[in-house]
Design a protein around this ligand. Structure first.
Ligand SMILES: [Zn+2]
Length: 240
């Protein structure tokens, strides 16, 4: 299992399930789960959480970086098993309460073609998930110290209206789908609700000073990779 440790001793474990990552932040026997992956990963996810010593009393919450099905499908089951808080941006609290997905558009020629034709239909009909109430709803920023962690949640909208990133000690950011780690030399996700807003969020992520970015799909990206893409896409929008 791939792990990172911050200067303050917080350990981030990547729980990787094929195409999907979720992350466990652990510090002094307390844990915070970031995203909950697909239903088909449930048994593996539980086994990994057991191995990390996560129990009902020690899981401070589940942060949903956003409410697409591949991040939120197990949210209701996590709440049941661990009796923990669901933490979600206020703009997506209604989606998770209904088990629905925020709509996206393609950011690349192929995904643009697909999403224009299929995304509304597929997301609304085939990818609904078990609804669950959010217990803690976040606006722009939330300090994690009441939950026992050094860091904050930062709204990084664009991929979806209420995308959140977990910023740990301004060193490591867990970013959900705000950026992608799948394509060589690129961090742009294939889909976004608002691409321009997403690029502005990249600028806000860079302002934190973080030097490691952990996306939900693919591998970690460094600061230089994000800086290059930010400059490129910022120029694209400056032309309009
Ligand atoms: Zn997504």
């Amino acid at each position: 299992m791939k792990q990172w440790t911050t200067k303050g001793g917080q350990v981030i474990s990547r729980l990787s399930h094929g195409m999907y990552n979720c992350f466990l932040v652990s510090c002094r026997g307390r844990h915070l789960l970031v995203d909950a992956c697909r239903k088909g990963s449930w048994k593996n996810l539980c086994r990994e959480l057991d191995e990390q010593g996560v129990s009902g009393g020690s899981l401070a919450g589940l942060v949903l970086t956003h409410t697409h099905y591949d991040h939120a499908e197990n949210a209701a089951a996590i709440k049941e098993r661990y009796n923990t808080k669901i933490i979600v941006h206020q703009k997506e609290a209604d989606y998770v309460r209904k088990g629905e997905n925020p709509v996206i558009h393609g950011t690349l020629p192929l995904t643009g073609w697909i999403s224009d034709r299929l995304s509304h239909l597929y997301l609304s009909r085939f990818f609904r998930y078990r609804p669950v109430d959010g217990d803690l709803t976040i606006a722009d920023r939330y300090d994690l110290s009441p939950l026992g962690f050094q860091g904050h949640l930062l709204a990084t909208p664009g991929h979806s209206p209420g995308s959140l990133s977990v910023i740990l000690e301004n060193e490591i950011a867990i970013v959900g789908d705000a950026l992608f780690g799948v394509f060589r030399g690129s961090v742009i996700p294939p889909f976004a609700a608002d691409e321009k807003l997403m690029v502005a969020s990249w600028g806000n992520l860079l302002k934190t000073g973080c030097f490691v970015y952990l996306p939900a799909h693919g591998t970690a990206r460094d600061r230089e990779a994000l800086e290059r893409q930010y400059e490129k896409y910022k120029r694209k929008y400056e032309r309009f």
